[in-house]
Design a protein around this ligand. Structure first.
Ligand SMILES: NC(=O)c1ccc[n+]([C@@H]2O[C@H](COP(=O)([O-])OP(=O)(O)OC[C@H]3O[C@@H](n4cnc5c(N)ncnc54)[C@H](O)[C@@H]3O)[C@@H](O)[C@H]2O)c1
Length: 252
């Protein structure tokens, strides 16, 4: 029997990379999944792939920073499944790699909107449903860059650090309602965002890769298990914390 048998979950960013792998991983453990993404076609593709494996998967297009669209996505999930046990916020953008002296207000606002504000919006919409239904689990995908900074990534690093504390503060408010809130912090992962399949891009990240004790970036499916765990009953006493999946990056 799967770890998420009888459970349901909404996963944002499910069209690509880590969100897609999490949707697959959760469905393979028995969860019914609603795949949400700004890229509606990509979300539909992920849901179709999962359904082709014999699992219960649906899709919905939404911008995670637009409250009305997130509410519509949750409503679509509730209409399908009745109750939502898990919400994984994996949608995100990297922002433009710019030195702090060259950043514009727009560069800042764009990243904060998707990588921080949207987590509040999604988390609150999910929590309102879960609190009413007797509990649930919310997982916010943050980053190893919630702990250590990286050059030319000021808005991203600020958003991820903010998300780490958002998780703690939400976990405190929601613990009495049996809603657990945790962060999942991946290290460098091979996805569309990082484009590590391109040898030139990989060469440009050689210093970061050299710093990873395991000597390589993660593949997206290696991140998914932590989301399965955090949404499962095995994590029934886990809230307000971060599960880091970084090949040891933060240990050195
Ligand atoms: N890849 C890495 O090395 C890495 C490392 C640490 C953390 N992360 C985080 O993991 C998450 C997923 O990243 P990924 O590498 O899978 O990237 P990705 O680009 O492969 O996937 C991100 C998905 O988010 C969606 N998205 C972007 N803006 C959206 C919006 N406004 N509304 C709805 N969907 C939106 C995109 O369409 C895309 O499908 C992000 O939060 C990212 O910051 C990634």
């Amino acid at each position: 029997m799967g770890q998420l048998e009888g459970k349901t979950a909404v996963i944002t960013g499910a069209a690509s990379g880590i969100g897609r792998a999490i949707a697959q991983g959760m469905a393979r453990q028995g969860a019914g999944v609603m795949c949400v993404d700004l890229d509606g076609e990509g979300a539909a593709r992920t849901a179709a792939e999962i359904a082709a494996e014999g699992h219960d998967a649906h899709h919905h297009r939404a911008d995670v920073a637009e409250r009305a669209e997130v509410e519509a996505a949750m409503a679509a999930a509730v209409a399908r499944f009745g109750r939502i046990h898990g919400f994984v916020a994996a949608a995100g953008i990297p922002g433009r790699g710019r030195h702090v002296l060259d950043l514009t207000d727009e560069d800042w606002a764009q990243v904060i909107r998707v990588d921080l504000t949207a987590l509040f919006v999604c988390g609150q919409v999910a929590a309102r449903h879960m609190a009413q239904e007797g509990g649930g689990a919310i997982v916010m995908v943050t980053s190893q860059l919630a702990e250590v900074a990286q050059r030319e990534a000021v808005p991203y690093v600020a958003a991820k650090g903010g998300a780490r504390m958002l998780v703690k503060a939400m976990a405190l408010d929601l613990a009495p309602m049996h809603v657990r809130v945790n962060a999942l912090a991946p290290g460098l992962t091979n996805t569309a965002m990082t484009r590590l399949d391109d040898p030139e891009v990989r060469a440009a990240r050689a210093d970061v890769i050299a710093h990873i004790p395991m000597g390589r970036p993660a593949e997206a499916h290696e991140i998914a298990g932590a989301a399965v765990y955090l949404c499962s009953d095995a994590a029934s006493y886990v809230t307000g914390t971060t599960v880091t999946v970084d090949g040891g990056y933060l240990t050195v």
